[in-house]
Design a protein around this ligand. Structure first.
Ligand code: DX5
Ligand code: ZN
Length: 217
């Protein structure tokens, strides 16, 4: 199934709860929550208290994308805050298998993310253990960047790898996705679509509907 995961990094934080309710009512299936620590990526965003406080606003899947060093330290806290799916970067943890196991032990979904330049070989052996692979289509750290074209080839290669192994792993794309290029990302094999600035600039409901029309076509 194709799903939209609007990234609240581009939301208006002065009315975050209302915006999350709007996403929900418009039909977006996931809420993409970007956690940044100022170390793994240059920027700092928000953490557990914010996630906890917006948990009541929506029953949709809370898709928590951790852009932090050594995420193992905080898995428990993010689960308690309300994460349904936690994605960690392969580049951020010394023991990826242990980190993925720690997420799965909590009974929630586990994802692994790759920066644009990281080869797929980094996840060959962990692939059967994860529910989702997040392919960064920009360098992580900021919303509103332009998609890096070669990353779509990586999505195609990953799709082949998943099919070749007989798996049903979801493929999420994140960064620079808009109404013009989302079709291309889906053709490449992505089925969970993150969009931040393309959802939150202008009319949120209208933007979600435009995305969902493409995702459902
Ligand atoms: C970037 C984040 C993205 C970001 C996407 O590091 O992981 O989720 O919010 O924003 P857009 O869609 O504006 O590129
Ligand atoms: Zn993200």
């Amino acid at each position: 199934m194709n799903c939209l995961s609007p990234s609240i990094l581009s939301a208006d934080f002065s009315k975050l709860g209302a915006q999350i309710e709007e996403l929900d009512e418009a039909g977006a299936q996931y809420v993409h929550i970007d956690v940044m620590d100022g170390m793994f990526v240059p920027s700092i965003s928000f953490g557990m208290p914010i996630i906890k406080s917006i948990r009541d606003c929506s029953d949709r899947i809370f898709d928590v994308h951790l852009m932090i060093e050594e995420p193992d330290r905080y898995i428990d806290d993010f689960v308690k805050a309300g994460a349904d799916l936690i994605t960690v970067h392969a580049e951020s943890t010394k023991h990826l298998d242990r980190t993925i196991e720690a997420i799965k032990e909590k009974g929630i979904l586990a994802g692994v993310a790759l920066n644009p330049a990281t080869p797929l070989s980094a996840i060959t052996y962990i692939l059967p253990k994860v529910d989702m692979v997040l392919i960064m289509t920009v360098n992580p750290g900021f919303g509103g960047q332009k998609m890096i074209p070669y990353t779509l080839q990586k999505v195609r290669d990953l799709k082949k790898m998943i099919d070749g192994m007989g798996l049903k792993t979801d493929i999420e794309v994140d960064g620079g996705i808009n109404l013009e290029n989302v079709g291309e990302a889906m053709d490449a094999g992505a089925n969970i679509i993150v969009a931040g600035s393309a959802v939150f600039s202008g009319d949120v409901t209208e933007n979600v509907c435009h995305f969902l029309n493409i995702l459902n076509s």
